[in-house]
Design a protein around this ligand. Structure first.
Ligand code: URA
Length: 210
C-alpha cells in the first residue's frame, strides 16, 4: 500500500502554526493556538469518515440525514505532548473515546521506551486517530502504532503538527498502511533529534515546564 501524507496547507492552520513557532510566544497562547489547530486538523482527518443515514424530523417533515458514529472513534494520545491535541479534537468529536500510550525517548539512543498503555474496549470496532504534535525521529510514533496494532483497530491515522523528513521515512517504512496528517514538513532533525526550524520541545511549551 502506498504511504499517504496529507499536508494540511489551509491558510488558517499555516498562520496559527507560524505564531506557535515563535520562541517568545507564551504558554497560554501556544496552548490556545494548538487547540485551534487541532480543531482544524480534526476536520481534515475525518474528511472521509463513514456516515450512516438516520431518520430525523425537521420542523417541516421527516427526512433521512447522515451522522457519523463519534463513539467509534478513539483518539490515541502519545504522552505527554499528544494531550495538547485532545481538547480541540474533542470539541469536534465529543463522543470519541481516548487511549493513552506513554513513551519516552532515551536521550542517548533516541529509542522509544514504553511506560504506559491503556485503550478502551472493543478496539476492533474503532477508528483510531493517533496524536503526537512532533513526528521527529518517528521512533515513538512507530512504537505507539506497533502496540496499537496489537489491539486490532478498524483503521489507524496519525496526526501531527510538524514532521521531519527522517521521521516520515521511518514511519512509512514501518507503517505504510497508516496515513499521516501534518501541518508542516520541516527541513531536518538536528543532532539532538529536534525538528528544525521546528518549534522546540512541544511538551515543554504546552505544559510550561521550561
Ligand atoms: N519532540 C519535540 O517536542 N520537539 C522536537 O523538535 C522533536 C521532538
Amino acid at each position: 500500500m502506498p504511504a499517504e501524507v496529507h499536508h494540511v496547507t489551509h491558510p488558517l492552520v499555516q498562520h496559527k502554526l507560524t505564531l506557535m513557532r515563535q520562541k517568545d510566544r507564551s504558554t497560554n497562547s501556544f496552548r490556545r493556538l494548538l487547540g485551534e489547530i487541532s480543531m482544524l486538523m480534526a476536520y481534515e482527518v475525518t474528511r472521509d469518515m463513514p456516515t450512516q443515514l438516520i431518520e430525523i424530523e425537521t420542523p417541516l417533515e421527516k427526512t433521512m440525514a447522515p451522522v457519523i458514529d463519534g463513539k467509534k472513534t478513539v483518539f490515541v494520545s502519545i504522552m505527554r505532548a499528544g494531550a495538547g491535541f485532545l481538547d480541540g479534537m474533542l470539541n469536534v468529536i465529543p463522543g470519541a473515546r481516548i487511549g493513552h500510550v506513554g513513551l519516552y525517548r532515551d536521550p542517548k539512543t533516541l529509542v522509544a521506551v514504553e511506560y504506559y498503555f491503556k485503550m478502551p474496549d472493543h478496539m476492533h470496532e474503532r477508528d483510531a486517530i493517533v496524536l503526537d504534535p512532533m513526528l521527529a525521529t518517528g521512533n515513538s510514533a512507530v512504537a505507539a502504532v506497533d502496540r496499537l496494532k496489537e489491539t486490532n483497530p478498524k483503521s489507524i491515522r496519525f496526526v501531527c503538527l510538524l514532521a521531519a523528513p527522517e521521521g516520515l521515512a521511518n514511519f512509512h517504512a514501518n507503517h505504510p498502511d497508516v496515513p499521516v496528517y501534518t501541518a508542516a514538513i520541516d527541513r531536518q532533525l538536528n543532532e539532538h533529534g529536534y525538528i528544525v526550524p521546528g518549534l522546540g520541545d512541544a511538551g515543554d511549551r504546552i505544559f510550561g515546564t521550561k
